[in-house]
Write a protein that binds this ligand. Structure first.
Ligand code: PEP
Ligand code: MN
Length: 338
């Protein structure tokens, strides 16, 4: 249910509605709008018949049901785009943000060199995995906390905020100490225990769509974070599994307009995991920006042939630099900046 407040209602009025909602068994979520504020009431079991009491309050305009199964992520509850601030980098506004870096943190030297290089090319955040979700248990699994320390050093050297993956609820506290944003990988999109825990933190979450996750399921997963109180969720499309084998996955470009139609959350594209081949990343990045994506996350490696993971889909530093230059005109064409 959405409680739409009258224009001019006060903080005290909001608080009164929230208290009444809690007494009826709902969890209220205040969403501040440019014109008027609304309160999302989450929970179905509670005393729905008590809602009439709230509807009659002088400062309440109306109460409307939310028709979609996802609630807090939906446009019904908030029809203006959310701007998510990751240590000063804003996702969802006019500026398109590019996150770049290696698939895995391999050494201190590697991550610092890469950070300096991608910053010079115009990236606004650094990526790098310290805990890696590998298909084979015999593949490189990441450097763990040592990798997190190297990432923090790279941030110190460049000022670039970092994003790194959390796979296991037991690592949330550890990763919290180092990262600016948590990444939930495709394989953990329905690890509801992990999502719930991240919802209780105050750091943004980059939520990657699963290999066979529908858009509705992606938004429902975001609800596990939002409903715990963490409003800072950025969605990421990274390719879905189809019958096509020429690319590692198939980039679902249509999810960009669909998500923008249904949700206020920012959506970014990962052309690296979508394609699996570095030669296709440029075209997919351009298509993503043209289609309205709020950002990109791209794998970059100095020596892709010897990368410990995902070398085939990693851009060399100079190719990334060239791509960043080319992306400017696409961004301008859709009235965005880079
Ligand atoms: C990654 O970003 O390196 C990664 C493992 O991504 P995904 O979860 O999308 O496969
Ligand atoms: Mn990777």
């Amino acid at each position: 249910m959405i409680v739409v407040m009258k224009v001019g209602s006060t903080e005290k009025d909001l608080e009164n509605v929230c208290n009444k909602a809690v007494s009826l068994g709902f969890t209220p979520h205040i969403i501040y709008g440019s014109e008027r504020n609304v309160i999302g009431l989450i929970g179905s079991g509670p005393r729905m018949n008590g809602l009439g009491l709230i509807g009659e309050l002088a400062y309440v305009d109306k109460i409307v049901p939310i028709s979609k199964p996802y609630k807090l992520s939906s446009k019904e509850i908030k029809d203006t785009k959310s701007i998510i601030d990751v240590s000063g980098i804003k996702f969802g506004g006019k500026q398109i943000q590019v996150i770049a870096g290696p698939c895995s943190v391999e050494s201190e030297k590697q991550i610092i060199e890469t950070a300096k290089s991608v910053k010079k090319s115009g990236a606004s955040m650094l990526r790098g995995g310290a805990f890696k979700p590998r298909s084979s248990p015999y593949s490189f699994q990441g450097l763990g906390e040592e990798g997190l320390k190297y990432l923090a050093k790279a941030r110190e050297c460049t000022g670039l905020p970092i994003v790194t993956e959390v796979m296991n609820p037991r690592d949330v506290d550890l990763i919290y100490k180092y990262t600016d944003m948590f990444q939930v990988g495709a394989r953990n999109i329905q690890n509801f225990a992990l999502l719930t825990l991240l919802g209780k933190t105050d750091k943004p979450v980059l939520l990657k769509r699963g290999l066979s996750t529908t858009i509705e399921e992606l938004l429902l997963s975001s609800e596990y974070i939002l409903s715990e109180g963490n409003k800072d969720v950025i969605l990421c499309e990274r390719g879905i599994r189809t019958f096509e084998t020429a690319t590692r996955n198939t980039l679902d470009i249509s999810c960009i307009p669909v998500i923008k139609d249904k949700s206020h959350l920012p959506i970014i594209i990962d052309p690296s995991h979508a394609s699996g081949h570095s030669q296709y990343i440029s075209a997919l990045s351009k298509a993503a920006i043209a289609a309205g994506a709020d950002g990109l996350i791209i794998e970059v490696h100095k020596d892709p042939e010897n990368a410990l993971s995902d070398g085939a889909q990693s851009l060399k530093h100079e190719t990334f630099e060239k791509l960043m230059i080319e992306l400017h005109s696409i961004a301008n064409a859709v009235h965005r900046s880079l």
